[in-house]
Design a protein around this ligand. Sequence first.
Ligand code: ATP
Length: 340
Amino acid sequence: MSNPLLEIKNLKTSFRIGEEYYAAVDDVSLTVNENEVLAIVGESGSGKSALAFSVMGLHNRAKIEGEILFKGNDIANLPPKKLNKIRGKELSMIFQDPLTALNPLMEVGRQIDEVLFLHNSKLPKAKRKEYIVELLERVEIPRPEHVYNQFPHELSGGMRQRVIIAIAIANQPELLIADEPTTALDVTIQAQILDLIRELKNDLNSGVILITHDLGVVAEMADRVAVMYAGQIVEVADVDMLFNNPQHPYTRSLLSSIPLLEDEQDRLHVIHGIVPSLKNLPREGCRFSARMPWIDDDVHEEHPELHEISPGHFVRCTCYKHFYFPEENKEDQSHDITQS
Ligand SMILES: Nc1ncnc2c1ncn2[C@@H]1O[C@H](COP(=O)(O)OP(=O)(O)OP(=O)(O)O)[C@@H](O)[C@H]1O
């Protein structure tokens, strides 16, 4: 049995808009084990980054409720001084956009050194430099001694992202959160960066939360997948189960939008619409129901819950049993009526 490194229990992250708080992450419970990649997928606005930032303690104006147990200790709402002891060390994050995550006025080596020094102040400067050059080599940056003294704008996008990874792994984190780590990169560089993250995970035995829109990346990297919609988890399963036997209408809609090479269907089934804005998120009943108006109201639960339909496979609401795509003929849907 794998060891839980992170246990998120009933997490609710709310932002203040005007006089009121609105939950962008609403009662989310998730576990990440050692040496495991948990992918979190969902459209823009579904709450993935809000979830990641809550774990990292980076939402200082948000209201955070619930528990975030990291190696058994609750780190939700830790005072900054205590949080700084683990953030950047045991807990680390690879940010989406290297240009905004790096300081444009500081040489690459010094930026890595800042993070290293924070948690290893006794290590002499020369030793730290040696280690940083090794780190740059580790993330496959050519001529690391030279890059040590370069500024971010002198590097390509792929190289900058490697620097971000070097910063994130400088203190050998036990939990690494990667928020869209390859979105801005071309496909070849993307594959190299993903290989790198996987290798580091294996070397350090770390848990990884991988946030992405890209289901190809999920298929390649994840052990388990959590699908998020409108602040909630709507489905969680092992990666193979999720791709081979998706159940929630939202998951099926996401997967239907990837063209298959040996596709037997002549068209993809698409559910139109977008995630509503935070203020307008439906808070009652099945949050996805508005995007599938052709499904009868009475098949939704009043208070939709996650049901374990097979070991480790959870689906929210019972509407999935009655779901069919609007382009399909309802009468042919007997294969969709699965066990509960
Ligand atoms: N600081 C904030 N104040 C107010 N609302 C916020 C704040 N941060 C995020 N939100 C809102 O919370 C919701 C979830 O946002 P979040 O960035 O977590 O989504 P996401 O799934 O990560 O999207 P993307 O894939 O585009 O990054 C959105 O409606 C967003 O507008």
